[in-house]
Design a protein around this ligand. Structure first.
Ligand code: CAA
Length: 397
């Protein structure tokens, strides 16, 4: 594939020279995963742990977290770097992107709001790739409506006693620690929610179900039954949990958009390869105008998705609030990637739906992105709310 064409967006003004160097380096490094198919992985936990270790050894996890004192590259989360890494890993292999993303998302509440003791205990291992984190927000009755979560954190002496059920937890069953969002007794809605670091071996934490999805990765339902968590494991203040979760998602939703761009670019490249070789009616597919129409559609979607993604990442790195821009990027890029991958399957014809073909695996890999870390519908709601807020109170914008 033409690497120079695939990386031409590095010339955009959203990037600095350090990002251009990073983009080329991660593109070259992640090439090692390009031929791997996730269906061939027998032990997904082991594969994930190995990838995390490899990412750590190669130094990529220094970008997933923050704090130079703890081994990170920067003192704050650098969303352009995270996004460039995710885009290139997603281009190569869904599981490599997943492993990198979860090191970042799972540890971000500590990176952004943890105290020095918590950072010193967890971040170095996350950055080296020896500790695996998880972000435990969703519950059976609290997915899109995150503020409806019911898991309880009851203060008792030097502990919080956790009771409740978390589900759809990425890295569930594999993680060394979980950042769990739970509410103080007698509170409702977004108020009274706490973020607690719960180590996997804590008695009362039990993996009750492993969940299998279209693109295999570690995913589980976790029960907390009288699970005693020391008070020093509270991140930030009591009641700050909802904002901690939302601010974490503001940063990482942009990187979900970047992963979508990576999947879409791969689908476009696989399509170009196919249509320039496949002959029909004495012509290559590429010579047919209907094919050209599809290619134009795919290329436009890829560029528009990348522009929204890196605009949001650049704004975030400039210290601006990006609730709307992150939602715009996540919504548009994941929907666009779905359409691009679908067109790729169409161009590949029968082979496009054959188990194990790259575009078939992309088809399964891209679908969850429109659901996790806030569905497309939630992103639209956030975008509309932010626009209306600015319209009704222009000075707040
Ligand atoms: N940054 C800072 N503060 C924020 C915020 C943000 N982005 N969004 C909301 N808040 C604050 C509000 O200002 C408000 O504070 P005050 O009460 O002090 O005014 C408070 O939080 C409550 O806000 P809302 O009234 O807007 O809350 P809401 O209940 O209406 O919900 C929502 C808002 C945006 C729909 C939210 O529920 C949401 O994002 N839902 C989607 C949840 C989600 O993404 N789940 C995915 C789980 S994680 C995952 O998928 C990871 C994985 O495994 C891969």
């Amino acid at each position: 594939m033409d690497v120079a064409r695939r990386l031409s967006h590095l010339e955009w003004p959203f990037f600095e020279d350090s990002h251009r160097v990073l983009g080329e380096a991660i593109s070259a490094w992640s090439h090692r995963f390009t031929s791997g198919l996730f269906d061939e992985i027998e032990n997904i936990d082991l594969a994930c742990r190995n990838i995390v270790r490899e990412l750590g050894e190669a130094g990529w996890l220094k970008y997933a977290s923050a704090g130079r004192a703890f081994g990170a590259k920067h003192d704050g989360l650098e969303v352009r770097s995270i996004s460039l890494i995710r885009e290139n890993l997603a281009y190569a292999h869904e599981l490599a992107d997943f492993a990198f993303a979860m090191q970042g998302l799972g540890s971000a509440p500590i990176t952004l709001f943890g105290n020095e003791r918590q950072k010193a205990r967890y971040l170095p291992g996350v950055i080296r790739g020896s500790l695996i984190p998880a972000f435990a927000l969703s519950e059976p009755e609290a997915g899109s409506d995150a503020a409806a979560l019911a898991t309880e954190a009851r203060p008792e002496g030097e502990f919080y006693i956790l009771n409740g059920l978390k589900t759809w937890i990425s890295n569930g069953g594999l993680a060394d620690f979980y950042v769990v969002f739970a509410r103080l007794p007698g509170t409702q809605g977004s108020k009274g929610i706490c973020a607690l670091i719960v180590e996997a071996e804590t008695p009362g934490l039990e993996i009750v179900e492993r969940i299998h999805v279209t693109a295999p990765h570690p995913l589980a339902t976790i029960a907390f039954r009288g699970c005693a968590v020391p008070r020093e494991q509270l991140i930030g203040e009591e009641g700050e949990g909802f904002k901690i979760a939302m601010k974490t998602l503001d940063a990482f939703r942009i990187s979900v958009a970047a992963a979508a761009v990576g999947f879409a670019r791969r689908a476009l490249d696989e399509s170009l390869d196919r249509v320039t070789k496949r002959k029909v009616f004495g012509l290559t597919l590429a010579e047919l105008q209907l094919t050209q129409s599809k290619l134009a559609h795919m290329a436009s979607l890829v560029d528009a998705a990348a522009l929204l993604t890196y605009r949001a990442a650049w704004m975030k790195d400039c210290g601006k609030r990006t609730t709307k821009e992150a939602a715009l990027a996540k919504w548009f890029a994941t929907e666009a990637a779905q359409r691009v991958v679908d067109e790729a399957v169409q161009l590949w014809g029968g082979l496009g739906v054959r188990r194990g073909n790259v575009v078939e695996t992309l088809y399964r890999a891209v679908r969850p992105l429109r659901i996790y870390e806030g569905t497309s519908e939630i992103q639209q709601l956030i975008i509309a709310r932010e626009i209306l807020k600015t319209f009704l109170s222009p000075s707040d914008g």
